[in-house]
Design a protein. Structure first.
Length: 665
């Protein structure tokens, strides 16, 4: 046993100091605000541009806390030069009387020179606040080369200055004034931050956000004109206020971006009273459901941005998911129970703000809310309200939930489907056996004809240009993807063959750089059945490969229905009306014109098919397009005519019947 306690004779590494240098004198005690200057990253996250602007947030947040507490209505933010910011509010003003624990110092000096000193711990002065740890003002002071405070209380004025955390003057009385409130002017220390400076655009955006979070406050912004440069520069002066809070702010941010459901889902609600009888707080939200544009969920707690989310966002997600699932169950929308938060969040641009007592954040920079109770409170406040909102416009609600179900099915499909890649030098592309490919591989020079049935496919193969035109026969009417589940789509042989032939994937995995053909041409018979098949194919492309349509790759061939012949003269007619017009325009009145009606592409002579429909020199193609501004309307129309609800089709027929002329058949 004695061997276990023998002294280790192994010499210490050369970079390690001898043990006798580590004694009581090696233990440093940092006093006052020196810890902040030594390790600013512990308090503001670093010394970069974000940390630099975090100082501004701390001071503006203190002014906002006065407004939220009901003691201030206006805040003035003025960028005086590139590195000096002034913030003023008309609140109660920081107390200036001697502090009970430090009688030789005023409360104002204690707040700005002592960590963890403030009026927000007990909840008596502020029911809810963004400053919770009593370090905001003192940290800004510690990291400022100059800081000046003016306070107006009880018709008296006071002023004191600081530098790098230490007072440079005593608390001095100034001229009496009727005004009230607090003014803080500070310049961040270049010894800490180097050559950084304030961004007018970033500060202006901060002011917009703060004004939106509390609709009872207006923020007066001003900036020295010589600082305003670039396209995104804010105005030199502005009064920022949002009477409807987050709803107004989100509407302004979205601009012309179309929403799936209008108006926005927005509102506010009181949170349940706490067990001690104190108010539980408040939640405000604004949610836009988008068919295009970037999705986002931006949240705040007690006016503090929480870019990493937290428990309040969890409550919103839960309320949305349960609300949509419940609506889907009530309306018998298939697969609504498959909706998850991922499906919902991909469709929304939202703002969420909560005001709660004693919130818990992750770190001093408060990037994430960790208060567990917040999730339950927010979900409880929003659940009934989303049910009522959806019930206020059932038709739009059905369309919205149906759209989210599509996203859910697409997510499930991605788990099973794998993108089919184009043929490369190292990997051979698997092509469907029914495809008759062309010899060229340059997509800009090639075309794929989609035809109905083997008979039409045989004629098209003979009429095609073998170098540039490929042919894929499809058996009858393909699956209607607007009313089918994703499982059926994945199991459908015709659609699988089509996807493999195109080589560019579908849904979220769509990559048009891998598209094997520059033109996709739907070539069906010139009758009602052919039009139906073309409609089903266009629905598939719009739902599963929308960018292929938007970029102009999809076309409709125009085969004739009639051939009119007299002697050596032959003309073609697209339909009955065109036939009658051609008879009058192209032939003499008494001419015995031979009229042949093509039963279908498969019955059309190869020479006629080539001349009228497939030869680039003589054919007519219709390009299928969807203007960006009509994307939402198109989606709704397809949902009505091709979707799962026959009553919508019946309604459309009733509405449009009067516009159809009666025909003598």
């Amino acid at each position: 046993m004695a061997d276990m306690f023998e002294q280790d004779s192994t010499p210490a590494p050369s970079h390690v100091q001898p043990a006798d240098h580590y004694d009581a004198g090696a233990i440093e005690v940092l006093e006052g605000l020196e810890p902040v200057r030594r390790r600013p990253g512990m308090y503001i996250g670093g010394t970069d541009d974000a940390a630099y602007h975090h100082l501004a947030s701390e001071i503006i947040d203190n002014a906002m806390d006065e407004a939220v507490a009901g003691h201030a209505t206006t805040i003035e933010v003025r960028l005086e030069n590139a590195c000096t910011l002034m913030v003023r509010d008309n609140g109660r003003g920081i107390p200036t009387d001697p502090h009970p624990r430090f009688p030789k110092k005023s409360a104002l000096e204690v707040i700005f020179t002592t960590l963890h000193a403030g009026g927000k711990f007990s909840g008596k002065s502020y029911a809810t606040s963004g400053g919770l740890h009593g370090v905001g003002s003192s940290v800004v002071n510690a990291l400022a080369s100059h800081l000046e405070v003016e306070v107006y209380r009880n018709r008296k004025g006071w002023r004191q200055t600081f530098s790098r955390g230490l007072p440079t003057s005593t608390l001095e009385s100034t001229k009496p004034a009727i005004r009230r409130g607090t003014m803080v002017r500070f310049t961040p220390d270049s010894e800490i931050f180097g050559a950084l400076h304030f961004s007018p655009a970033r500060l202006y955006r901060q002011c917009q956000i703060k004004a939106a979070l509390f609709r009872g406050v207006s923020i007066t912004w001003s900036c020295s004109p010589e600082l305003l440069k670039g396209e995104n520069a804010p105005p030199a002066e502005a009064v920022i206020a949002y009477p409807n809070g987050l709803e107004d702010a989100l509407t302004a941010d979205l601009g012309p971006t179309p929403a799936l459901l209008t108006p926005l889902w927005a509102g506010d609600a009181e949170l349940p009273t706490a067990a001690d009888g104190q108010p539980g707080g408040r939640v405000e939200w604004a949610v836009a459901f988008l068919d295009q544009g970037s999705s986002a969920l931006i949240s705040y707690c007690n006016t503090i941005p929480t870019p990493q989310g937290g428990t309040h966002e969890n409550g919103l997600r839960a309320a949305l998911v349960k609300g949509f699932r419940n609506w889907g169950d009530q309306r018998k929308i298939r697969r609504a129970n498959a909706i998850t938060a991922e499906d919902v969040l991909g469709t929304i641009n939202a703002r969420l703000s909560v005001f709660i007592r004693n919130p818990q954040f992750q770190g001093q920079t408060k990037d994430r809310l960790t208060t567990q109770e917040a999730s339950r409170l927010v979900e409880g406040a929003l659940r009934d309200r989303i049910d009522h909102w959806l019930g206020g416009n059932p038709q739009q609600a059905d369309s919205l939930v149906g759209y989210i179900v599509e996203r859910a099915e697409e997510r499930l499909r991605r788990r099973e489907a794998r993108e089919t890649t184009r043929k490369t030098a190292t990997k051979r592309l698997r092509l469907p056996g029914k495809l008759t490919d062309c010899s060229r591989s340059n997509a800009h020079e090639t075309e794929l004809f989609l035809v109905e049935g083997e008979s039409a496919g045989g004629s098209a193969r003979q009429a095609r240009d073998r170098e540039t035109q490929a042919v894929l026969p499809l058996r009858g009417k393909i699956l209607n993807v607007a009313s089918a589940t994703q499982e059926k789509l994945l199991a459908n042989t015709e659609l699988k063959d089509l996807i493999e032939a195109l080589g560019c994937g579908f849904g979220k995995s769509l990559n048009l750089e891998k598209l094997r053909y520059g033109r996709i041409i739907i070539m069906t018979d010139a009758d009602v059945d052919g039009a139906h098949i073309a409609s089903l194919l266009m629905t598939f492309f719009f739902r599963e490969m929308p960018d292929l349509v938007r970029q102009g790759h999809l076309y409709l061939a125009q085969p004739p229905l009639y051939r009119l012949t007299h002697g050596s003269k032959t003309v073609y007619a697209m339909n009955d009306l065109d036939r009658d017009r051609r008879l009058k325009a192209d032939f003499k009145p008494n001419a015995k014109v031979e009229i042949s009606r093509f039963k279908g592409l498969g019955e059309m002579p190869v020479s006629d098919l080539k001349e009228t429909t497939m030869s680039p020199a003589r054919r007519t193609l219709l390009r299928v397009t969807v203007p960006a501004e009509d994307n939402l309307m198109t989606r709704r129309r397809i949902e009505s005519l091709m979707g799962r609800k026959p009553e919508l089709r019946y309604q459309f027929i009733q509405e449009q019947a009067r516009s159809v002329d009666l025909l003598d058949i």
